[in-house]
Design a protein around this ligand. Structure first.
Ligand SMILES: [Zn+2]
Ligand SMILES: [Zn+2]
Length: 377
């Protein structure tokens, strides 16, 4: 990065709070012990600010993955502002550019420029400040977002000071509130977001998009507040979930789902299970074809790969048709016995095909099989 490209204001602000953290934390522990109430408030606040970024900034604004009640939207905006990650407009602009130009020079957090650039240094690059309205036209129409963008700095400073003063007064510990509710929260939350752009683009499996850097990793999901299923997310960014299995650690997905149950969120966008499977087969096929190019029996193996992939695709399409038909029959209260039998046979067929497909995949790549059954996600 050239000197004139460096955003000194960002360096100063980031540096200041980290130095303050290093000075204040040992001093605090030397003189005091935090109360249970203060620690609990810090954890809850960390969780809410995390949701402000992942459920709010990321899935609601950058990807329009669902619609939300206006009051809850205002709350998400408040906690997103508290997280000190810039305005929704700038954040979403950078993020949409990241999705459109992943791993290229136009990607603001391009991992090809190195782990630390993607993790943090990109924030200090002047070319990543500001936004182009044509990339975020929908957000420019949102009055709340525009208000937050216009008054971002006073709102961010005011909200953080307000939190520290208010809880400092409640727990009669202003110093503790500064250390736990501001400095420590900020350090953890900035590192956690940084890991989405660095670690989640470095470490993990690529089932849905093998040519790009984003990867799926359960450990990274724990470190990034559920954003670690990043390969899936880059393949299907409009899905409100990142972890598609119910047990995948994804607090934002659970929070959005609970809001939906409470009638506070609607139009939750999910990708059809069969589309996900089709995508996996295409990606695995492309990967295998690339892998066997120099194999002495490449032609023969290529034919086998193509035939097997086609059989699987056909089987999945058939299952999709039968499932739709089954749903229709249920709705119309028609006899479903035959279709049930056919569906069962189709599932059994696909399970067998998957086994052979995985055997071939393992033999050609020496990799672990992709664990998948015939059940849709
Ligand atoms: Zn990414
Ligand atoms: Zn995204």
């Amino acid at each position: 990065m050239e000197l004139k490209q460096i955003n000194w204001v960002s360096i100063f602000l980031m540096g200041m709070y980290q130095i303050l953290f290093l000075i204040c934390t040992p001093l605090y522990f030397f003189y005091r012990t935090p109360s249970g109430g203060l620690v609990l408030t810090a954890i809850v606040l960390f969780f809410l600010c995390g949701l402000g970024i992942t459920a709010g900034y990321h899935r609601l604004y950058a990807h329009n993955a669902y619609k939300i009640n206006k009051l809850v939207e205002t709350l998400l905006l408040f906690f997103g502002t508290l997280a000190v990650q810039g305005s929704v407009l700038e954040w979403s602009y950078n993020h949409r550019m990241h999705h459109s130009y992943t791993d290229t020079p136009k990607d603001p957090y391009n991992i090809k420029r190195g782990f630390w650039y993607a993790h943090l240094l990109w924030v200090f690059d002047k070319k990543n400040s500001g936004y182009k309205p044509e990339v975020i036209p929908d957000l420019i129409k949102n009055k709340r977002v525009m208000f937050q963008s216009k008054y971002y700095f006073p709102l961010m400073v005011g909200a953080n000071m307000g939190i520290v003063v208010f809880f400092g007064w409640i727990f009669n510990d202003y110093f503790g509130a500064l250390v736990f509710l501001f400095l420590m929260r900020l350090i953890i939350s900035h590192q956690s977001t940084g890991f989405v752009n660095s670690l989640a683009h470095t470490w993990g499996r690529k089932k849905f998009l093998w040519k790009q850097s984003p990867a799926d990793n359960q450990i990274v999901a724990l470190l990034t507040f559920g954003e670690g299923y990043h390969n899936y997310h880059h393949a299907f960014p409009s899905d409100y979930r990142n972890g598609i299995r119910w047990y995948h650690f994804d607090p934002s997905k659970w929070a959005i789902w609970i809001l939906h149950i409470l009638g506070l969120a609607k139009n939750l966008n999910t990708i059809n299970a069969y589309m996900i499977k089709r995508r996996m087969i295409i990606e695995m096929k492309e990967y295998l074809l690339e892998k066997i190019k120099k194999h002495p029996k490449a032609e023969m193996i290529e034919q086998r790969i193509r035939e097997m992939a086609e059989r699987l695709q056909k089987g999945i399409n058939r299952m999709n048709e039968l499932t739709q038909q089954y749903k229709l029959y249920t709705k119309e209260k028609r006899e479903r016995r035959d279709i049930k039998r056919e569906l069962k046979a189709a599932k059994r067929g696909i399970r067998e095909e998957w086994k052979s497909w995985n055997r071939l995949y393992r033999a050609l790549t020496q990799a672990k099989p992709v664990l998948i059954d015939a059940q849709p996600y």
